[in-house]
Write a protein that binds this ligand. Structure first.
Ligand code: PEP
Ligand code: MN
Length: 349
């Protein structure tokens, strides 16, 4: 009995110390200033320990390598599937309703972007996606409109009031892209670009922006979570992870989607995790089925490419980026009504 009580006492004491250090805005950016301050202190300690790269703070277990984003270190999230909740321009992330981010793969023109922005907004999307700087496999493919593309996205936001999610590929462009973006997207190819992760994390922390981290071409769970940790360590609190499938030469799909991996991520971190059925499948006809599989696997939302109903294969002489996977606007609208009653699971399956 005495041994049992002593054991219980130690568990409660450890829990108390842990909560003192780990409770904070990473789990909810909108919580009170006291908690915020406490978490800032914790971040500073973690940061200086990380830069010193020595000492007793170095990780002893695998999950300690991503201690700021690991579910198990936060009493509130242990044993459930709840996530951090925060808002981006008033849009709730981590809520019961799946977050739907939709829009063109790339911004090709003003007309194209505004038309798609309006239709996804009418269909009920929560945020507008669109690349101004595009990571393309071939250097001869359309690389994006750059600054002009960002300005078009800002106009689309003005018209639809949808927050903008757009990719940042280059450390030198963090200020430029960050100025226009509400959520800075880190693409699959840059998931382990640690210098970029740090710079984006710092910018997002200073300007209270969101970060959408896409999973790499063939990542392990730890690699994704450590990438998120780099961003969190800079103080960014509005982080979303996006599973976008793996590079699998044996599969006819563009990138094999992994709903199970999404669920593993959901269990391992309290950050919201969404799925990308467009870049994973590469084919518009497969998008609704894979989207449903992601939602069944407890996804906190979806990232979906949309094209106009009458989209041609080229715009302004350039091939439309990822044309084959873009869902037609009217199909997207139907899809949105189909998933209307979906709720994000908040408990372990
Ligand atoms: C994108 O979402 O525009 C994109 C380029 O995706 P990924 O980084 O997953 O290839
Ligand atoms: Mn694309």
């Amino acid at each position: 009995m005495l041994v049992f009580s002593l054991h219980l006492f130690i568990i409660l004491a450890v829990e108390r110390i842990r909560n003192q250090f780990y409770a904070g805005p990473l789990k909810d950016a909108d919580e009170s200033m006291n908690v915020y301050q406490r978490n800032e202190d914790m971040l500073r300690q973690e940061k200086s320990a990380a830069s010193a790269q020595t000492g007793p703070q170095s990780a002893k277990t695998e999950s300690e390598e991503y201690r700021l984003v690991a579910r198990e270190y936060f009493a509130k999230y242990r044993g459930n599937l709840e996530t951090s909740r925060f808002t981006i321009r008033g849009v709730e992330v981590g809520a019961d309703k799946p977050l739907i981010i939709a829009g063109p793969c790339a911004v090709h023109s003003y007309e194209q972007t505004i038309a798609i922005a309006k239709s996804v907004q009418e269909a009920g999307a929560d945020m507008l996606r669109g690349g101004a700087y595009k990571p393309r496999t071939s250097p001869y493919s359309f690389q994006g409109l750059g600054l002009k593309g960002l300005e078009i996205l800002a106009e689309a936001r003005e018209i639809t009031e949808l927050p903008i999610v757009t990719e940042i590929m280059d450390q030198l462009k963090v200020e430029e892209v960050g100025y226009y973006a509400d959520v800075l997207q880190i693409g699959a190819r840059n998931m382990q670009n640690y210098a970029l992760l740090r710079d984006v994390g710092q910018y997002a922390a200073e300007h209270e922006k969101g970060v959408l981290l896409k999973t790499g071409p063939l990542p392990k769970l730890k690699e994704v979570l450590c990438a998120a940790e780099y961003i969190a360590l800079e103080g960014a609190k509005k982080i979303i992870i996006c599973e976008r499938g793996i590079n699998n030469p044996a599969d006819s799909m563009r990138n094999t989607p992994r709903p199970n991996f999404l669920l593993e991520l959901r269990k391992a971190t309290y950050l919201p995790v969404i799925g990308d059925p467009s870049h994973s499948t590469g084919k518009r006809d497969l998008v609704p089925r894979i989207a449903a599989e992601f939602l069944d696997a407890a996804a906190n939302g979806l990232l979906i490419d949309v094209i106009r109903d009458d989209e041609k294969e080229t715009i302004g002489g350039e091939k439309v980026c990822d044309y084959e996977q873009g869902m037609k606007a009217s199909d997207f609208k139907r899809f949105m009504t189909e998933i209307k009653t979906r709720k994000v699971p908040q408990k372990w399956p």
